[in-house]
Design a protein around this ligand. Structure first.
Ligand SMILES: Cc1ncc(COP(=O)(O)O)c(C=O)c1O
Length: 306
């Protein structure tokens, strides 16, 4: 909710909250945003949450679009049975301050399956779980207008299958090492290149002779493969190694074959293991065109995971 409200405060009004909440204060803040002009869509996976959104919408004299959350294999949130989906959709449709807008069927585990055919098989399993719930909703005259799911890893398969009315990709904007090995389109080609880099500086050399940088846990989210280290130069970027975590404020450069230890003061640019939480660590994105700084973007949602 905090990140959604940050987007609203920054002027974005068409907003979808993809996670359930359990706090009256947060539900109230969301309803207040709706009454202040947000076209708000929220997911719910239980009747009491639908009632709480309805009450909050009534208090603020506004209307909230309700999306029923379906669990299609992620085991995180959402209902699994067709009759549960129908009961929730009906609860939303029957509430005068809510509108039943559709369903969410997000399966995050499919996204990072490297092999295209294995990812297709996992995505087929999503459809196998989803279709009976969609059929039951249609029979109950509650056919969802929005069927939302998928992500960067599955979007090509989702487009092929045509079950969703919209996909929810996020990482494609920046990409990261966690996605680097994923064959997104099935032909082995690079679909989205890495656009996000963290600049770190060599601040010293360890006794074992490795270059040590000033970027550790506070600069990168490390839940992914190691960052690659690129040395920008007039004839392009040169891959000079990878970074190994070495502390909260430190990284150790493991040099690529044939690369010498970088001198103190060298600024290198690194890809990131996982882009979403890495961005959450930084106040500003420096937008570069080649080596020219064209803009600085504040990360308004930073620290707003409340
Ligand atoms: C509900 C939901 N939708 C979409 C996404 C975006 O997925 P990706 O960054 O893999 O495209 C996420 C990622 O965490 C998510 O939790």
């Amino acid at each position: 909710p905090g990140e959604l409200l940050a987007l609203f405060e920054a002027g974005i009004t068409d907003l979808m909250l993809t996670a359930p909440v359990a706090s009256a204060a947060k539900i109230d803040a969301l309803a207040r945003a709706a009454s202040a002009g947000a076209r708000l869509m929220v997911v719910a996976d239980r009747v009491d949450l639908i009632a709480a959104y309805g009450d909050a919408a009534r208090r603020h004299d506004t209307r909230i679009d309700l999306v029923v959350d379906l669990d299609v294999g992620l085991l995180r949130s959402g209902v699994t049975e067709p009759e549960q989906a129908v009961a929730l959709a009906r609860a939303a449709a029957d509430h005068s301050y809510l509108r039943f807008a559709g369903v969410q069927a997000y399966q995050g585990r499919v996204q990072h399956i490297d092999d295209f055919d294995q990812r297709r098989a996992a995505n087929d399993e999503v459809a196998r779980r989803l279709v009976p719930m969609l059929d039951a909703l249609a029979v109950a005259s509650l056919a969802p207008a929005i069927i939302s799911g998928g992500g960067t890893g599955s979007h090509v398969l989702d487009a092929e299958r045509r079950l969703f009315t919209e996909v929810q990709p996020g990482s494609y904007v920046f990409m990261d090492e966690a996605y680097n090995s994923v064959d997104i389109a099935g032909g082995g080609e690079l679909v989205f290149g890495p656009a996000l880099r963290i600049a770190v500086t060599v601040i010293g050399h360890s006794s074992a002779g490795f270059a040590i940088t000033d970027g550790g846990s506070k600069s990168f989210a490390w839940d992914g493969p190691a960052p690659r280290v690129l040395l920008p130069g007039p004839s392009g970027d040169r891959l000079v190694g990878t970074i190994e975590w070495c502390g909260d404020e430190f990284g150790r450069i493991l040099p690529a074959a044939g690369c010498a230890t970088l001198p103190i003061g060298t600024v290198v640019e690194c890809t990131v293991p996982h882009c979403d939480p890495t961005i959450n660590m930084h106040d500003v994105l420096h937008v570069m065109s080649g080596d020219r700084l064209v803009a600085q973007w504040a990360v308004e949602g930073r620290g707003r995971a409340d």
